[in-house]
Write a protein that binds this ligand. Structure first.
Ligand code: 6PG
Length: 475
């Protein structure tokens, strides 16, 4: 008997993905560099389905039905290249080699190009949902050729999470498109987490609520428009008491956030594309700031404001600030996907991306259905903020949003996510921006030219001459 699909790399994600295929009735080949993990998988979960264990890559490849479909589940980076180098000579034209790791999309583009020359379909797939998602139904973001998707896609759709019967998996676009979208997903994940953390901090320090009280606030929010996996688990975390000390668990954890890099990549890519993802950037930098222990130590005694004094009912305003800032984070993320899609000719369907994020992934939420609806109503909508429904909600909540930012600033509670999202909103809606002044400054010191709002063309003012005459510049 031959396997329909294979998984090499049986860490927790690989193992759970293989089990997911097996549970859906697909004979699945499994392989790991060291066979102990393969043996453990067979012993513990072999009864769950049709696993075909392989000791060597050659054995693994031989057990796959043609065209072969195999998924690499190793730590993104050099190990991925090593595994590809090992398998490429064993595969044949038409075979499909899938990378299910959190690879950088530029690496995926490079690998796809190289393997295409050998006739092998290389498919970079973003998989979100952590260990449990991999096992019970992740959100899957496959890139690669349409031809590869035609035979691989139905299997992935089968094991993906479903919302209203619709699989959380769709062909994103060619080469690195899947990994690009997964990267932006993670950037949005960072922003979402940072905004939730700021809401918690304001309720804790500003309104003096205990973690147990904030748990209740989050549970209430979770039955409203903020309903999401991240809000739900935040309530769980805040409700947890440390067994060793009896203190709230959140007080015991060292307050230095780590990162594996996908949030940083999102911001780096956004800088290159010229897309302002300010909320995501603040979230990445907030993690960096938290980890700067020595600098924080040196600054600890600096004067500042402090104080509580907010009523518990202020939580309603915080909910509005959180919601509005969240809309901004998603608007920025989708903006970046659109820019990436244009840059690389991926032709990504933004509404479809919102659809496949409704379930399975870390940022899953009902909210995504509203984004899906916004793109359905107008696929060319320039920003989610101008969608009629989101615009109406934000206009209702914007006073509260401003109040929350002011309240945090007055009390010396850092809320970079809330504040920068609000600045983004105000920046976009401004009738005129001081960018005009920046253009004039650039022209003054560097003759960089400017455009006028009343005439076409580029101009330079001779700042050094009397009367400062203006000249039209041919470019
Ligand atoms: C997912 C997650 C996952 C990521 C973790 C940790 O979608 O399942 O995004 O891919 O590895 O969230 O990311 P950081 O270590 O960078 O916080």
């Amino acid at each position: 008997q031959q396997a329909v699909i294979g998984v090499t790399g049986l860490g927790v994600m690989g193992r759970n993905l293989a089990r997911n295929f097996a549970r859906h009735g697909y004979p699945v080949a499994v392989h790991n560099r060291t066979s102990a993990k393969t043996t453990a998988l067979m012993e513990e979960f072999g009864h769950e389905g049709d696993f075909i264990p392989a000791e060597t890559p050659a054995e693994f490849v031989a057990s796959l039905a043609r065209p072969r479909k195999m998924i690499i589940m190793v730590k993104a980076g050099l190990s991925t290249d090593a595994v590809i180098d090992e398998y490429a000579p064993l595969l044949e034209p038409g075979d499909i080699l899938v990378d299910g790791g959190n690879a950088h999309y530029a690496d995926t583009r490079r690998r796809e190009r190289t393997l295409r020359e050998l006739g092998i379909h290389f498919v970079g797939v973003g998989i979100s949902g952590g260990e449990q998602g991999a096992l019970e139904g992740p959100s899957i973001m496959p890139g690669g050729s349409a031809e590869a998707y035609a035979s691989l896609g139905p299997i992935l759709e089968d094991i993906a999470a479903k919302v209203d019967g619709v699989p959380c998996c769709a062909h994103v676009g060619p080469d690195g498109a899947g990994h690009f979208v997964k990267m932006v997903h993670n950037g949005i994940e960072y922003a979402d987490m940072q905004l939730i953390a700021e809401a918690y901090d304001i309720l804790r320090k500003g309104a003096g609520l205990s973690p147990a009280e904030i748990t209740e606030v989050f549970r209430t929010w979770n039955s409203g428009r903020l309903e999401s996996y991240l809000i739900e688990i935040t309530a769980e975390v805040l409700a947890h008491t440390d067994a060793a000390t009896g203190r709230p668990f959140v007080d015991v954890v060292l307050d230095q956030a780590e990162q594996k890099g996908t949030g940083r990549w999102t911001v780096q890519a956004a800088l290159d594309l010229g897309v302002p993802v300010t909320g995501i950037a603040e979230a990445v930098f907030a993690r960096s700031l938290s980890g700067h222990a020595a600098v924080r130590g040196a600054a600890r005694e600096l004067p500042g404001a402090s104080g509580a004094g907010l009523e518990a009912s202020f939580a309603d305003a915080v909910e509005q600030a959180l919601y509005a800032s969240k809309v901004v984070a998603y608007a920025q993320g989708f903006d970046q996907i659109r820019a990436g899609s244009e840059q690389y000719d991926w032709n990504i369907d933004l509404g479809a991306m919102a659809t496949i994020w409704r379930g399975g992934c870390i940022i899953r939420a009902h909210f995504l259905d509203r984004i899906r609806a916004a793109y359905q109503a107008d696929p060319a909508t320039p920003t989610l903020l101008s969608d009629a429904n989101f615009a109406a909600e934000i206009s209702k909540g914007q006073d509260a949003w401003r109040e929350v930012v002011v309240a945090a600033i007055r009390r010396g509670i850092p809320a970079p996510g809330f504040a920068s999202s609000l600045a983004y909103y105000d920046g976009l809606r401004a009738e005129r921006l001081p960018a005009a002044l920046i253009q004039a400054q650039r022209d003054f010191f560097g003759a960089h030219t400017y455009r006028r709002d009343d005439r076409e063309g580029f101009y330079h003012t001779h700042w050094e001459l009397p009367g400062r005459p203006e000249a039209r510049i041919d470019v």
